[in-house]
Design a protein around this ligand. Structure first.
Ligand code: NAI
Length: 301
């Protein structure tokens, strides 16, 4: 098959001033995309900001012979997001790809977590994913083409000590994806999620240097590039790190039909083995499929 190319395509990568986003932006540009490099340039906990981080990556792309423009807005800021879209449309007239990558951390156990720590993390990851998607959505639908990648995490899908805010936010973006994959299908707007593991400022200090050395962001980016391509699936959660790639899925067991009326908690308790039995478990593509199973079981199927 031919190489994956993005000639004539326009991409926006949020949080692309460093870490994973920078790598995604560089690789899209290498493969022909024109790129809006967004980055607030703040610290890891979301404080401060400068447009220098985005500009540096723009300079790198230009040095490689690519085309890019910088945007120093916060993905949570309505005016800043509108400006980012306007920059892309005024300069290149279309937006084909959006990688919602910007993120921060405010790790604390729940006992120590202030509401502000929860709110800010939700703002950046959830609203900071939603707002750029909302802003590009009708443009992509109107041109009958769009590729969106949201950034989730094993912390959300499986849990991680001290990350209740981050974990909640990273699952929220999957909920967003699950509905938008349905709403975008008719217009060839595909949306997928990347669940990365990479050595960036977010993970430095968490693992020994020899492990981090094997986790360069470059190992995640090929997965993201595929999810931005014409052949991309939709609604997939691709996990990537250190050169390993896998799919994460939510499975539902076949379960048990206990009948109608007069049901007791004890019957649920006593059926726990059947409820949790893994034989015949399935991943559904939409919520309605689960409902169909209930009715099938009710009918004795
Ligand atoms: P990073 O800290 O190097 O990059 C995040 C970038 O987002 C920074 O350049 C930062 O300035 C920017 N940013 C933060 N808030 C912003 C805002 N409001 N508006 C615009 N830009 C903003 O971290 P890394 O590791 O590259 O993270 C990228 C994404 O991958 C994040 O969503 C993170 O949660 C996710 N992730 C990373 C993992 C890892 O192992 N590094 C694991 C799982 C998920």
């Amino acid at each position: 098959m031919a190489d994956i190319r993005f000639d004539g395509k326009v991409a926006i990568v949020t949080g692309a001033g460093g870490g994973l986003g920078r790598q995604h932006a560089l690789e899209l540009a290498r493969r022909g995309a024109k790129v809006v490099v967004n980055d607030l340039g703040g610290s890891m906990d979301g404080s401060g900001g400068s447009s220098e981080a985005a500009q540096k990556v723009v300079d790198e792309i230009k040095a490689l012979g690519g085309e890019a423009i910088a945007n120093g807005s916060s993905v949570t800021d309505d005016a800043g997001v509108a400006l980012m879209i306007k920059q892309a449309m005024d300069t290149w007239g279309r937006i084909d790809i959006l990688i919602a990558n910007a993120g921060i951390l405010r790790d604390k156990t729940l006992t120590k977590m202030e509401l502000a720590d929860f709110e800010l993390v939700m703002q950046v990851h959830v609203f900071g994913t939603f707002k750029p998607i909302k802003a590009v959505w009708d443009i992509m639908k109107a041109q009958n083409y769009g590729r969106i990648v949201v950034t989730t995490s094993s912390s959300g899908m499986y849990g991680n000590f001290g990350q209740s805010n981050y974990g909640a936010a990273k699952m929220a973006v999957l909920g967003l994806m699950n509905t938008l994959k349905l709403e975008g299908a008719k217009n060839d707007v595909k949306i997928n999620a990347i669940s990365p593991v990479a050595a960036t400022r977010m993970t430095e200090g968490l693992m020994p240097p020899e492990v981090l050395a094997k986790l360069a962001p470059e190992y995640v980016t090929p997965g993201v590039v595929y999810l931005c391509s014409d052949e991309a699936p939709t609604g997939a959660i691709l996990t990537a790190g250190a050169g390993a790639f896998a799919l994460s899925r939510i499975y539902e067991t076949e379960g048990v039909y206990l009948g109608e009326g007069g049901l007791s908690a004890e019957e649920v308790r006593d059926s726990w083995g059947q409820i949790t039995a893994e034989d015949g478990q399935k991943a559904y593509f939409n919520g309605g499929e689960q409902g169909q199973k209930f009715f099938r079981k009710m009918a004795g199927g």
